[in-house]
Design a protein. Structure first.
Length: 161
């Protein structure tokens, strides 16, 4: 029996179609891009999260000459929130990027490790994280839950009790 995985999301032609609070979060992600340390890949990524208390926290990718030591913007942000704001949930996260020598004109999706980390955070706090994905220009994607972008995600339930 063949099955199909699908999920619904919203797509906007430009960021101006976003609700005011989502646009503010995306603008914060643009600011976060500027804090990225990407001397090797020259691919800067920024993320901004809105917490349940209304606070906005920023994160960016941080590279190392020892490549596996680097960390993506999304996981930088999740780790900061988990350690500094352990009682707050994330209501939304915006992610944007600036590549060296190319246009930032379409949405960027989190890598596999970041998708797993986002799913872990949703499961930990039993709350969905709305994702706002966009380049500096072009279309914007609004995804209601990080769970949607990791079908068949690995969860702690398989590890037993």
């Amino acid at each position: 029996m063949q099955k199909k995985f699908e999920f619904e999301y919203e797509e906007f032609d430009t960021k101006e179609g976003l609700a005011i609070e989502d646009l503010a979060l995306l603008n914060a992600a643009y600011d976060a891009v500027e804090t990225a340390f990407a001397p090797y890949s020259k691919f800067k990524v920024g993320a901004a999260a809105r917490l349940s208390n209304g606070q906005i926290i920023l994160g960016s990718n941080q590279e190392s000459a020892s490549y596996p030591v680097g960390i993506c913007a999304e996981r930088t942000l999740l780790n900061s929130i988990g350690s500094q704001y352990p009682k707050e949930t994330i209501t939304a996260m915006a992610i944007s990027y600036i590549p060296h020598g190319a246009e930032s004109d379409h949405p960027l999706s989190p890598c596999g490790m970041c998708r797993q980390s986002l799913l872990d955070y949703e499961l930990r706090y039993k709350a969905p994280i709305k994702l706002i994905l966009a380049g500096k220009t072009g279309k914007v994607m609004l995804i209601p839950s990080a769970n949607n972008i990791l079908p068949f995600g690995f969860t702690g339930s398989i590890l037993g009790k």
